[in-house]
Design a protein around this ligand. Structure first.
Ligand code: ACO
Length: 312
């Protein structure tokens, strides 16, 4: 049994922070950040704005786009690693903010920058099992809570934001979440993790080496798994961690850059929200059109990696 996309939405906090703003507070330059990462600006949430607040706004926009009532949704899955509270989940906080009344199940997944692919993987499994009718899948991150402002090599890399998609059960397997693959290797833990005091710690060069091989591998694997040829893919939305990683991956796969959606310059790395934010941006701008096929490879702390194929 399949599914189809019926709505999407996103939210970016109003406040932006440019490379020039970083130049004022730490030993860095716009030139270094642009050449090494492709990042120019990122959005920073307000002090009082939570992961759940941002998730609920993106979800509300997706609900409006879908033309349904919040109670028509019967499962919420949220991908996030930056929630302010250990519990309850972001997903139940979203459920309450949306005014849902039917005790619909709601839970979070934590798989760092691969979180949204893991969330799509779970949603696909629930549809395949015939267990749910409409699933709201959200990625929401407030990574500014986790920035180590004394470490210039990670501080400049992250931003905040949220995105959401709603999928509905369908008898066709042609649309919606067509396929997903996910992997993890806990032995890579030390490369990239959040410390007990909630600070992002990363061995950049080691993580970089893994990202440039594992994302293209996941992309190749899913195309074979789904029996889809590379030239059937309309757009690739790679996890937006670094423009150089994206270019290297495109090169390895033989995909022209014209087929790649890039938002890392405008949003920086928003971890679990990155792919869905880029997809929403592409659809709002009319670049991604209804019916097109998206390949979304991701990579992150864990290590975790994977890919999703979604027809929008
Ligand atoms: N401004 C100026 N100089 C800097 C900065 C900065 N912000 N940060 C580091 N440098 C310096 C370093 O000190 C070093 O100087 P040195 O040569 O004198 O020692 C030099 O720049 C090179 O540092 P590297 O760390 O080797 O730089 P690199 O080219 O590897 O770029 C980066 C660093 C951007 C972090 C890159 O390694 C990267 O993108 N890594 C992968 C990130 C990623 O994919 N993360 C996965 C997802 S995140 C998640 O799951 C939450």
């Amino acid at each position: 049994m399949g599914n189809r996309l019926i709505g999407y939405g996103s939210y970016l906090p109003e406040r932006t922070f440019t490379n020039a703003d970083f130049e004022k507070i730490m030993d860095t330059t716009d030139e270094w950040i642009v050449t090494r990462t492709g990042m120019k600006v990122r959005h920073f949430a307000r002090e009082d704005e939570t992961v759940a607040d941002m998730a609920a706004i993106a979800a509300q926009r997706a609900i409006e786009k879908a033309g349904i009532a919040a109670d028509d949704i019967d499962l919420i899955i949220v991908a996030s690693i930056s929630a302010e509270l250990d519990f309850p989940s972001v997903a139940v906080q979203v459920q309450s903010r949306l005014g849902m009344t039917k005790n619909q199940p709601a839970f979070d997944v934590r798989a760092a920058c691969t979180g949204y692919v893991y969330a799509l993987h779970a949603a696909r499994a629930f549809f395949t099992a015939g267990m749910h009718q409409r699933i709201l899948v959200i990625g929401s991150e407030k990574l500014t809570r986790m920035i180590d402002w004394t470490d210039r090599s990670t501080a400049v890399l992250f931003g905040d934001g949220a995105g959401a998609m709603i999928f509905e059960h369908s008898t066709s397997s042609y649309s919606g979440i067509i396929d997903t693959v996910v992997f993890s290797d806990g032995n890579g833990f030390g490369m990239l993790y959040g410390t007990p005091d909630h600070k992002i710690t990363m061995n950049g060069p080691e993580t970089y080496k893994k990202a440039v091989t594992l994302m293209p591998e996941a992309a190749t694997y899913i195309m074979e798994h789904a029996g889809i040829a590379a030239d059937s893919i309309d757009w690739i939305i790679p996890h937006q961690a670094n423009r150089r990683i994206i270019e290297s991956g495109a090169n390895r796969l033989g995909f022209p850059m014209e087929k790649i959606i890039i938002t890392v310059d405008q949003h920086a790395n928003t971890s679990g929200a990155s792919g869905v934010l880029a997809l929403s941006h592409g659809m709002d701008a009319g670049i991604i059109k209804h019916g097109q096929l998206i390949l979304y490879p991701a990579f992150g702390g864990g290590l975790t990696w994977g890919a999703a194929l979604v027809r929008v």
